[in-house]
Design a protein around this ligand. Structure first.
Ligand code: AMP
Ligand code: MG
Length: 350
């Protein structure tokens, strides 16, 4: 509950920043609780109320019927319980499309993003709020059941088939909110909406521009003081997603254990970073890349950015290092305004 309240306050804070200098445009805002997260959706224009109604429905359906690991009726729950049996899916089903994207990002990040960490996340208790520190032996045994090679996704005459081998199970928590934002964007576009801000708890999508024609202003949380912010990103039609150690963690014997795992060790990633923000044009990629870049650390993430740019996928990054520096990539040089009062040292990268 404390976490939810904090998330809500932060979102309000972020929205009050996005609203700076706004002229009065017709808009509606709705707070939705889905995917274990407080979400704030604001839609502008005549269709706002109807668009929000269908957006909220879509979020609940996605959560409860498709992507939840814990809701017994969800498609993901059924797949994880399939005991290696092949599961058939329709051509328009969301789950296989999301798995396909997750596997592509896992490959692109050389496994830093790994959608098969479910048993390891369970061992740490992150799935059920039962925090514990697993032993090295336990982690080694669980890692034998992870890796994208254990997921077989194939196209069939009627759609897709998915099979999980070697006791593998999927956890899509690192990509689901970004993918949901992609789906909401498509739905809003279909309904004729041209201006909206969707804050799915750390995964933000800004559609179009503000009513005065200027860019949206998105506050990036300070991972050291989540009631404050690192700086402001100005953007339109972009996804801005942050992964940080403050989102989900517990402490034992003075050590903080957070929820972003290094798939090589099965333990919380120690990459010298405390948060990573990704800005790009695709929600699923922004979300999964924020998780992967956190695991890779600043140097690995910058190398990945160059590799993907060479293949036509561009994204920008803001890192917060554990020694108090904020580094941001060249494409944000003009769009990111540091909060000079935050106490961090800011460096603009090439
Ligand atoms: P995010 O907050 O987007 O960085 O996602 C973190 C969530 O993704 C965790 O709560 C887990 O459900 C899952 N996760 C943790 N580590 C990884 C990883 N290395 N690759 C993919 N998913 C992960
Ligand atoms: Mg993520």
């Amino acid at each position: 509950m404390k976490r939810q309240l904090a998330a809500l306050l932060l979102t309000i804070f972020a929205l009050s920043l996005t609203a700076c200098g706004e002229t009065a445009a017709e808009s509606e805002t709705r707070t939705v609780y889905a995917m274990d997260t407080v979400m704030n959706l604001t839609v502008y224009g005549e269709n706002a109320a109807a668009a929000l109604e269908s957006a909220e429905k879509e979020l609940h359906t996605l959560d409860e019927a498709v992507l939840s690991r814990t809701a017994e009726g969800s498609e993901l729950y059924a797949l994880n319980a399939s005991n290696g049996e092949t599961v058939e899916c329709g051509a328009d089903d969301i789950l296989p499309a999301l798995i396909e994207t997750a596997l592509a990002i896992s490959e692109a990040t050389d496994g830093a993003f790994d959608p098969t960490l479910a048993p390891v996340l369970d061992a740490w208790g992150f799935t059920k709020d039962l925090r514990r520190v697993p032993s090295a032996d336990e982690l080694a045994a669980l890692l034998a059941h992870t890796g994208r090679d254990k997921v077989a996704l194939e196209e069939t005459a009627d759609g897709y088939s998915v099979a999980l081998s070697d006791g593998a199970q999927l956890d899509l928590g690192g990509i689901a909110k970004g993918y949901a934002a992609d789906l909401l964007r498509a739905q809003l576009e279909k309904e004729g909406v041209t201006s909206a801000t969707l804050d799915l708890g750390g995964d933000v999508f800004v559609m179009g521009k503000k009513s005065d024609g200027s860019d949206w202003r998105i506050a990036v949380k300070d991972p050291g003081d989540t009631e404050s912010y690192l700086g402001i990103v100005s953007a339109s039609d972009a996804f801005i997603v942050t992964s940080g150690v403050y989102e989900r963690y517990f402490e034992e014997n003075g050590v903080r254990y957070h929820h972003i795992l290094d798939p090589k060790t099965g333990s919380p990633a120690e990459s010298g970073l405390v948060s990573v923000t990704v800005m790009c044009k695709n929600g699923a990629w922004a979300d999964a890349l924020s998780t992967a870049c956190f695991v890779l650390g600043a140097d690995g993430a910058l190398a990945l950015r160059d590799d993907l740019a060479a293949q036509g996928t561009n994204f920008e990054l803001i890192f917060v290092t554990d020694d108090g520096r904020v580094l941001y990539t060249g494409g944000l040089a003009a769009a990111f305004t540091p909060n000079e009062e935050s106490g961090y040292t800011y460096e603009s990268l090439a």
